[in-house]
Ligand binder design. Structure first.
Ligand SMILES: Nc1ncnc2c1ncn2[C@@H]1O[C@H](COP(=O)(O)OP(=O)(O)OP(=O)(O)O)[C@@H](O)[C@H]1O
Length: 285
């Protein structure tokens, strides 16, 4: 499976000081599946009239699993919201293939991009099955009922199908909302901290789901606080460093101790298990 990203920090964003232009090309492997490329041209999110980062220029190929990491409040959710065109103001251009994503009619855009937000609110009285079907209907899936059934199984929550949303635990809500996004079945899938409420078993399941979606040729973008998950699940990382700057590239390159310390102020070491899994441990220095 090919995956890749090209990242370029361009000049400073409007109303954002600093940020020398740098170019970080990362060659993607051959793309074996057909699908559009998501292209960010000097793109970024605004909050309160302020650009949250220097402009980002990225080319995400089908199969890319991009982890967006960085300290609290740096602008990960805002960037994801801007990428999903879900009401967060943005600057620059955002194209899927040849199509301007923000300019698409929302109903058509819902067939291209889906979002699992941090805020998991939904009407309490809604049955889980109905909520997941909303995802399938959003992308005008021709077999919404079947898509919902299959997404519930993929998220491992078939047994919750008849429950009222308001009766679910926090982790169950996150898995059900994940199922809603899976039922939407879009080529671009955006997850905002998808494991924040999940136990170890389900964290691993979500990691596997992210990798599977990438292997299916989708573009997956996930804001993550768990840097070990980012190391194992992602093909590429975008680190927002808190000073308006960013670093993009392969996980082990971007999550190296110097860059992590500069962004988070924490010393870390990357370890590898005998089974080849990486984990990032904090050091008491
Ligand atoms: N609705 C909003 N209106 C105005 N400012 C906002 C809004 N939401 C977030 N912000 C501000 O935008 C900045 C970025 O917030 P954002 O939620 O994107 O960060 P984040 O990196 O996702 O944070 P966290 O890791 O804590 O979830 C913060 O300074 C935050 O206070």
């Amino acid at each position: 499976m090919g995956s890749g990203l090209m990242a370029r920090r361009t000049g400073p964003a409007p109303e954002h000081a600093g940020g020398a232009a740098t170019t970080n090309p990362f060659g993607g492997g051959p793309c074996l599946l057909l699908g559009g490329t998501l292209t960010l041209g000097s793109f970024g999110a605004y909050r309160g009239g302020r650009a949250l980062s220097d402009p980002l220029t990225l080319r995400l190929l089908p199969g890319t699993v991009l982890g967006v990491v960085g300290p609290n409040g740096v602008g990960k959710s805002s960037l994801l919201g801007a990428l999903a065109c879900s009401g967060v103001q943005s600057f620059g251009s955002l194209r899927y293939g040849d199509v301007d994503l923000p300019g698409m009619p929302p109903r058509r855009r819902a067939s291209v991009v889906s979002l699992l937000p941090q805020d998991l609110r939904a009407p309490d009285e809604l049955r889980v099955r109905e909520l997941v079907e909303i995802g399938a209907h959003a992308s005008q899936h021709p077999h919404a009922g079947e898509a919902a059934r299959s997404a519930l199984a993929d998220a491992g929550v078939e047994d919750l199908a008849q429950r009222r949303y308001g009766s679910l635990s926090g982790g169950q809500r996150q898995l059900v909302q994940l199922a809603r996004v899976l039922a939407q079945d879009t080529p671009v899938v955006i997850f905002d901290e998808p494991t924040s409420a999940l136990d170890l078993f389900h964290q691993r399941a979500v990691e596997q789901t992210m990798r599977r979606l990438g292997n299916d040729g989708k573009i997956v973008i996930a804001a993550l606080h768990d840097l070990s998950l980012a190391l194992n699940a992602c093909t590429q990382i975008l680190l927002l460093d808190g000073g308006g700057g960013s670093h993009a590239g392969r996980p082990a390159e971007v999550l190296q101790p110097e860059l992590v310390h500069a962004a988070y102020g924490v010393h870390t070491t990357i370890h590898t298990t005998p089974h080849g899994r990486s984990f990032l441990a904090t050091d008491d220095r």
